[in-house]
Design a protein around this ligand. Structure first.
Ligand code: PRP
Ligand code: URA
Length: 212
């Protein structure tokens, strides 16, 4: 795939190692959840590199100084339900004061088109850096619709972070929202006839929540 502006595919060995463990069908719910959270934290570290800071006055044992701290109230994490929920804690461990919105979408099993069932975003959304999280970017329909909904609510500075992407979904998301920075843990080969990512990890929501 050609290099795309605003798209970063992570190549850190720790992230790759943990994603390989996620893919393993023998990895059970407990470990799967823990890995998703750890990967979200490691990826979030990179995705939030340009988070705004503000200088605050600190008294060190030696003297007073002005020194940068995260302007945490300016950030929002928005998981796409359900599977995105698994990534929230990892990012919150980096920015505990971030607000959390929720967007509910599920893929119609026949058409694979996203169906909206919930949207609640922190206000005022337009002033915040918004990190949308979902482990899987398959056709790109859910991610693209979620970002459209956030933009309709006034969101401007939007980032999207997924653990595994298919080339088809990455292309679609980038074409629909070229202004959005996209962070991908691993870029897989293709979608199969059921719009599942190959090799992928199966159904992320089912593996996180132990459903099927
Ligand atoms: C999965 C996943 C994404 C979506 C990706 O959710 O978590 O939201 O599919 O597919 P797409 O890129 O083709 O839209 P799913 O619809 O299975 O819902 P769930 O998280 O509630 O299980
Ligand atoms: N949703 C998933 O959870 N996995 C896929 O491979 C595609 C969509």
């Amino acid at each position: 795939m050609e290099t795309m502006e605003n798209v970063m595919v992570m190549d850190h060995p720790l992230i790759q190692h943990k994603i390989s463990k996620l893919r393993d069908e023998k990895t059970g719910t407990n470990e799967f959840r823990r890995l998703v959270s750890e990967i979200a934290m490691l990826m979030g570290f990179e995705a939030l590199r340009d988070l705004p800071t503000e200088d605050v006055e600190i008294q060190t044992p030696i003297e007073k100084c002005m020194t940068p701290m995260i302007a945490g109230k300016k950030m929002a994490i928005v998981p796409i339900l359900r599977a995105g929920l698994g990534m929230v804690d990892g990012v919150l461990s980096l920015v505990p004061s971030a607000k959390v919105g929720h967007i509910g979408l599920y893929r119609d099993p026949e058409t694979h088109e996203p169906q909206e069932y919930y949207c609640k975003l922190p206000e005022p959304i337009e002033q915040r850096t918004i990190l949308v999280v979902d482990p899987m970017l398959a056709t790109g329909g859910s991610g693209s619709d979620a970002i459209k909904m956030i933009k309709e609510h006034g969101g401007k500075k939007i980032k999207f972070m997924c653990i595994i992407a298919a080339p088809e979904g990455l292309k679609r998301l980038h074409e629909d929202h070229p202004d959005v920075q996209i962070y991908v843990g691993a870029l897989d080969r293709e979608l199969n006839e059921n719009a599942y990512i190959c090799p992928g990890l199966g159904d992320a929501g089912d593996r996180i929540f132990g459903t099927k």
